[in-house]
Design a protein around this ligand. Structure first.
Ligand SMILES: [Fe+2]
Ligand SMILES: [Fe+2]
Length: 197
């Protein structure tokens, strides 16, 4: 079967559209976080934005490689979520839910179809992206829980905090309100997970 005549071709186009939308939705989230002073959170979301861009780029590349000529138009009929409001907490929850649907339902189905239609390389691409979307799901879920329970900057046990602006580090249960070295606000504080980060 030629890719251009397959369901996988349309699935690639739908996936490209989905990734572009996910990217934009996370830009909304990043914009809101930065505006409210959550600088470290915004920087983290920026990394997810870039992941989605690269997923979109890979889907686009496979579509382009399927045709010798310019693709004028691909008619796709597909539903996409439009649940976001302008609230960081709600949007983190929605982002976690969307990532879960993508990684457990939509992309596994597209991978299965790609295999059935004889496109193992594309099936593998979907499986590799599923791994990332699952990490996005866990990340957004964790951020949502921390924000909801007020534990983003306050832990039960002492942890190592790092200023995202100047690199100052300290071990304590709570992050500082204002960095003792550079005076950056709490929104710039990162939780230091390992010595490499
Ligand atoms: Fe993605
Ligand atoms: Fe994602």
């Amino acid at each position: 079967m030629k890719l251009a005549n397959s369901k996988t071709y349309l699935n690639l186009a739908k996936s490209f559209a989905g990734e572009c939308q996910a990217r934009t939705r996370y830009e909304f989230l990043e914009y809101g976080a930065r505006k409210q002073g959550f600088v470290a959170l915004a920087d983290l979301i920026d990394k997810v934005v870039y992941n989605e861009f690269n997923h979109a780029r890979m889907f686009y590349t496979y579509l382009q490689d399927a045709c010798d000529c310019t693709i004028d138009n691909i008619d796709i009929c597909s539903g996409y979520p439009f649940k976001e409001k302008w609230n960081i907490l709600d949007n983190l929850k929605i982002a976690a839910e969307n990532e879960e649907i993508e990684s457990t339902k939509v992309y596994p189905e597209y991978a299965k179809i790609a295999d059935e239609e004889g496109f193992p390389e594309i099936a593998e691409l979907y499986r590799n992206i599923i791994q990332v979307e699952n990490c996005h799901h866990m990340l957004f879920k964790e951020l949502y829980e921390q924000m909801k329970n007020d534990t983003m900057y306050c832990k039960d046990e002492p942890v190592k905090w790092k200023c995202g602006s100047c690199g100052y580090e300290a071990t304590a249960k709570s992050a500082w309100e204002c960095c003792p070295l550079c005076q950056a606000k709490q929104g710039s504080v990162l939780l230091k997970i390992s010595d490499g980060e």
